[in-house]
Design a protein around this ligand. Structure first.
Ligand code: BG6
Length: 514
């Protein structure tokens, strides 16, 4: 069913969510994130009237960039935000962008930044609201926060002052704890926005709507009906010139501990009492806390060798730019875990994330149990109808965003009652049209408004790090025997298949919907 524009006219008017006049200060503004994601997202907010009239964006980085920064950001909005170069709003928006050069860890530079923000605020009639966005290398998070504190820039006078912290938030439990401590020494927890861009995705937010705005799924959303859950974050991309970063990160830190665990929490959490930050985040943390330690044998790793992806030959990870030719970093990780509570006891959750895989697909599949007695025949002659397959609910986070429910149907015209699996399919684009939103729009707006619902809480990051730190330590202590262990363009290493075979399951590799 297609949603008609008049159906959407009931959505509350944009004006109700417009933040107060303020300044967004982006540290690390010369990096890719600012140009590719943040500025296009801010411009989209401007286009739909969700930014205040008096608003300024100040990019901060070490390089002396001056006026060329705003021009470069304008070009980024056009290129990455699918905006027409002749859009009349672009030049006015560009006039809100400025740049300030500063060494992140030099305390003597911060008084100048404070004076610059005061000057801009006065010139543009902007009040005390400030949002500091930390998009720098993670080692600068603590010094920036400390320096903002020392200059008394973190304390709201009357308005809202917040700090957005990009991932990675720490690299293990101890470092995450220490960073939390440093952040909370300067900012109150309700000023802190630890970002995970997955929570900005419509399809991720829709998991909550699917579960809690519909009555028919919750009764079967438990161990009585669900056999197992698979969560896949498969990418065709390699490390894309981010060798030095990725060498220290690896797939478990880069994607599983955060993005995949966020997806898991939305699937596994109990219904919150309301959609406010405290209620939602409390239920997420409860679900994560119910996960017992993951035995090391339930975690496997892989690294891509050369191969063919999307019909193009690609090099192996060890031959990527600025990567150690004998690197032991994993570009693929798979984990089996359980959730010990009344809803999920005994239901395995299989998680995997990897680069240079066969297909780009982030998907959650929830496999239901077979009926207790199979009274119908399987269809003879092969194809997908050969087996009577269990019901499967597939949530396609990206691409081909949508949700499908597989069930068995009678094959017409066969004399016997032969059953073949078919799908009921909801397709976002067909129902709502395509969107140019990149996920950051919602998160930036929420951070400006002080709404923390879609951001990680300090307890949450510590619980997820506590789960994965022992695995990371065990992996660091012992080099993998054979790396690379999967070809680029495959579905990952054999050890990941064995992880499921033990339980009589297979990874679902028929991903992506279409
Ligand atoms: C980032 C990781 O957080 O997420 C990248 O650092 C990864 O390595 C990216 O490619 C995946 O995001 P998306 O939105 O493309 O699934």
């Amino acid at each position: 069913m297609k949603v008609r524009p008049e159906d959407l006219s009931q959505v509350p008017p944009a004006g109700e969510r417009v933040p107060n006049p303020g300044i967004m200060v982006i540290f690390g503004a010369s990096g890719d994130l600012t140009k590719r994601k943040l500025l296009p997202a801010l411009f989209h907010l401007e286009q739909v009237g969700l930014l205040p009239k008096n608003f300024a964006i100040v990019g901060v980085a070490r390089r002396p960039l001056g006026g060329e920064f705003a021009a470069d950001m304008r070009a980024g909005i056009v290129e990455f935000g699918s905006v027409d170069n002749g859009d009349p709003k672009l030049d006015e928006f560009k006039s809100k962008i400025s740049y300030y050069a500063l060494s992140f860890d030099d305390p003597s530079h911060y008084a100048g930044l404070k004076a610059e923000l005061d000057r801009i605020a006065k010139e543009k009639s902007i009040g005390p609201d400030r949002l500091f966005y930390l998009a720098t290398a993670p080692e600068y998070f603590a010094p920036i926060i400390e320096n903002l504190g020392a200059q008394e820039m973190a304390q709201p006078e009357h308005g809202h002052v917040g700090v957005v912290i990009e991932k990675p938030f720490g690299h293990d439990l101890d470092s995450a704890r220490e960073l939390n401590h440093q952040v909370n020494a300067v900012f109150h927890e309700n000023q802190v926005f630890r970002i995970d861009h997955y929570l900005g995705k419509e399809t991720v937010q829709n998991i909550l709507v699917f579960r809690f705005a519909n009555g028919i799924f919750e009764p079967v959303w438990n161990r009585n009906y669900i056999d197992h859950v698979q969560i896949t974050a498969a990418e065709t991309l390699g490390v894309e010139g981010r060798g030095p970063f990725y060498e220290k990160a690896g797939a478990l830190r880069d994607v599983v501990q955060n993005h995949v665990m966020e997806l898991l929490s939305f699937v596994a959490m109990e219904p919150p009492s309301s959609f406010d930050a405290e209620a939602v985040r409390r239920e997420k943390v409860k679900a994560w806390r119910a996960i017992p330690n993951i035995p090391i044998l339930n975690a496997v790793r892989g690294q891509y060798g050369p191969g063919v992806v999307d019909a193009k030959k690609v090099v192996g990870y060890r031959d990527e730019e600025r990567v150690n030719p004998e690197s032991g970093t994993e570009t693929y990780a798979a984990v089996k875990l359980g959730i010990e509570n009344w809803r999920w006891a005994g239901v395995p959750f299989y998680l995997r994330a990897g680069k240079r895989l066969k297909k780009r697909a982030t998907e959650i599949s929830i496999q239901f149990k077979q009926p207790p007695l199979l009274i119908f025949n399987r269809m003879q002659g092969g194809g997908p109808c050969q087996e009577i397959q269990p019901n499967l609910l597939t949530i396609r986070i990206q691409p081909n965003e949508g949700i499908a429910l597989r069930f068995g149907a009678k094959v017409p015209t066969t004399p016997e009652m032969a059953v073949c699996p078919v799908n009921m399919d909801f397709d976002y684009a067909a129902a709502f049209g395509t969107s140019t939103a990149n996920g950051y729009e919602r998160l930036l707006l929420d951070a400006m408004l002080g709404d923390q619902t879609l951001f990680a809480h300090r307890d949450g990051v510590e619980v997820t790090w506590a789960l994965y730190t022992p695995i990371l330590e065990a992996w660091a202590a012992k080099n993998p025997e054979v790396f690379p262990n999967y070809f680029s363009g495959s579905w990952g290493p054999d050890c990941a298949d064995r992880l499921l075979e033990h339980d009589g399951h297979l990874w679902r590799n028929n991903l992506g919907g279409k």
